[in-house]
Design a protein around this ligand. Sequence first.
Ligand code: SAM
Ligand code: SF4
Ligand code: SF4
Length: 341
Amino acid sequence: MNAPTPVLDRRGRPLRDLRISVMDRCNFRCTYCMPAATYGDDYAFLSNAQRLDFDEIERVCRQAAPLGVSKLRLTGGEPLLRHGLPDLVRRLRAIDGIDDIALTTNGVLLDRQASALADAGLDRVTVSLDTLDPALFRTLSGGRGEVDAVLRGIEVARHAGFRDGVKVNAVVQRDLNDAGALDLVDHFRGTGVVLRFIEFMDVGNRNAWSAGAVVPSAELQARIHARWPLMALPPRHPGEVATRYRFLDGGGELGLISSISKPFCGDCTRARLSSEGLLYTCLFATQGTDLRGLLRAGQDDTALRAVLAGVWSARNDRYSELRGRPATPPGRRIEMHYIGG
Ligand code: SAM
Ligand code: SF4
Ligand code: SF4
């Protein structure tokens, strides 16, 4: 491919990453994402025909790459519920300019799929795991998950041959799972799996977020440092969302993602594609651009690329920097399972 023609948004930020929600459904009902009371048996998820098919996802990625997208993340909902995911990975891997493909998953189906995904060219996997406590895990997953299944998925993934390895993401909520944070650190230290703690965010409208439930990264860092001294590491690239630390005793690396206490909008290079083909320029967006309509109306690649470039050039989002200010845009935000984490 010729060198990409980078497109900058109104704040001078390039488009580098595309997060693709390949499945709006999930086999969990995490209390902070898809609470069971809202997402019951009669909840209307998308039909297969409403979701972008693999040809359509590939077309969007092929047109995003020349604009500067080099990193893709497959997410959801639960992406491993999407039939044939390794085929999609293989197709995306073949696109000129795409040099990194990651997956975020709750991990329960990973033991069965890790090796096919690694063979297809998936570079890395992030598994979400908020606690090691079996009873609390069951509660947090809305009664649908067993912690042992996730740990098994992580073990299989560790040995599946992903080029960039396995990470574990834990969302921390005060007085819910924060007391077990050090157990998670203890479990993954020295295994090569990088654990990252994420501040609980006010994504969507249904997770009963409150500022009091957020445990600031600085507080967590101090607690971990008191037990296993840490040294901060420099970012590897601009826009890296996690602040990285190294355990001084050689126990490996740890990450802290301070989405609330230290917003990183200034370096945010991420666009998001929902399962039904709406393109969003912020996790907290209230509106997206309908790419599925364009694709199904027979628009050609040039037109598709022009729309992608136009949407990014018009982008001015920085929700996390404005959070709590009176000027923060009102409106109904898109739910996390739908837009992809
Ligand atoms: N189902 C997959 C999983 O759980 O990894 C992928 C989709 S999930 C929406 C992506 C990530 O978003 C997960 O790591 C999850 O913990 C995180 N997440 C969901 N709701 C969140 C919230 N309110 N604050 C912070 N992270 C959240
Ligand atoms: Fe499902 Fe992931 Fe949301 Fe939990 S965080 S309900 S696993 S999409
Ligand atoms: Fe990016 Fe929006 Fe998150 Fe800011 S709030 S870092 S612009 S996704």
